[in-house]
Design a protein around this ligand. Structure first.
Ligand code: SF4
Length: 359
């Protein structure tokens, strides 16, 4: 799928399915408030396959990310990878850094058709990563799984959470991402939901500094860089491009020229089938047990309003970058209860704007 040709009012670029909230880890900042045991009302294997059939209605090659919790906490995860692959989906996964992520598990996932594996690395050393996650041994297991993925030729993505506790680790993580041979570094700017509410976000000015640094890093490394819940990276990148006297919107590290935000190129299905614009914006627009995911994504009022950047309010609504950026709708929702409000992490103030600034 060419990301530049994707009509995000028709299909998401990324669709996440939270297979389960069960996970052997209890990371301090878990969005899912992961639990040790599986929830009794999770989608069953048959319901999961019916959901995958629905997802296929988006079209050939729809990207689906199996997430959690730990997707490997479900024994039918291999079946889902194979089934999705057989019907024409691009199946990827974000497993947790636990002992279940063994060499044989990685090899079997690849055999069944997995196209990419994403692991979470939040610091450049075991001491810092494990302290942040609250789990001794997590770093070692995660890095080992990443090395296995690279060694068997399974494309690797590294996800990193940026907050006050991790921001100084970013240069070390960049080096590790490079050493591991990852194809993409996804840098997630903390949204205070779930257990993540106990962490401290960085300030808007610090976020601006990090994004400028990421733009610089992007031009020197051979892996892609994308931000999650920080689309103003695209604004920063565009400003840099213009400052350099170049024309046109700057593509990000994976070649996209259009922004992907909650409900606009992005959707999330919970372990019980609720359809959210994002895992960090837990407002349900339907349930895949009774509704078609395609109909909810295309037609639900919540999703339609999130795609209409002219409905944004406050600073984001007045911003000339709202169509390439649009701000994190999840962070706006977390802070105000209104998903169309301004993103409080952005330091940019549009010229002539004299309305209220986010707290
Ligand atoms: S004000 Fe809003 S739309 Fe404009 S760059 Fe900042 S986050 Fe993006």
């Amino acid at each position: 799928m060419n990301p530049n040709q994707l009509d995000t009012s028709e299909r998401p670029f990324v669709l996440i399915w939270e297979l389960t909230q069960a996970c052997a880890l209890a990371c301090k900042h878990c969005r899912a408030d992961a639990q040790p045991n599986r929830h009794p009302d999770e989608l069953t294997t048959a319901e999961g396959k019916a959901f995958l059939d629905d997802v296929r209605e988006f079209g050939e090659g729809q990207l689906l990310v199996l997430s959690g919790g730990d997707p490997l906490a479900r024994e039918d995860v291999f079946e889902f990878v194979e089934y999705g692959t057989d019907i024409g989906l691009r199946m990827t996964m974000t497993p947790s850094g636990t002992s279940s992520l063994s060499e044989s598990a990685v090899a079997e996932l690849q055999d069944r058709g997995l196209r990419r594996m994403a692991v979470s690395i939040d610091a450049g050393s075991a001491a810092a990563h494990d302290a942040f996650r609250g789990e001794t041994g997590s770093f070692e297991q995660t890095v080992e799984a990443a090395r296995i993925a690279s060694s068997v030729g399974l494309p690797l993505q590294v996800n990193t959470t940026v907050c006050a506790q991790t921001v100084d680790e970013l240069p070390a993580v960049r080096d590790l991402v490079s050493e591991l041979g990852a194809v993409l570094w996804s840098v997630f700017f903390l949204v205070p939901v779930g257990r993540g509410a106990v962490l401290d976000p960085i300030s808007p000015n610090e976020a601006e500094r990090v994004m400028r640094w990421l733009v610089d890093v992007n031009s020197t490394v051979d892996f892609g860089i994308k931000t999650t819940e920080a689309p103003h990276y695209r604004r920063v990148s565009l400003q840099r491009t213009r400052d350099a006297g170049l024309d046109g919107p700057a593509p990000d590290g994976i070649g996209r020229r259009t922004g992907i935000t909650a409900g606009d190129g992005f959707a999330f299905v919970s372990h019980t089938g609720e359809v959210y614009p994002s895992g960090f914006l837990p407002r349900s627009a339907g349930n895949v047990r009774r509704d078609s995911i395609v109909d909810v994504y295309r037609d639900a009022d919540l999703f339609r309003s999130l795609r209409d950047k002219d409905q944004l309010t406050g600073k984001c609504g007045a911003c000339e970058f709202r169509h390439v950026c649009g701000g994190s709708r999840s962070r706006a929702f977390a802070h105000t209860g209104d998903p169309l409000a301004s993103d409080p992490l952005c330091a940019y103030v549009p010229a002539g704007y004299d309305g209220p600034l986010p707290e």
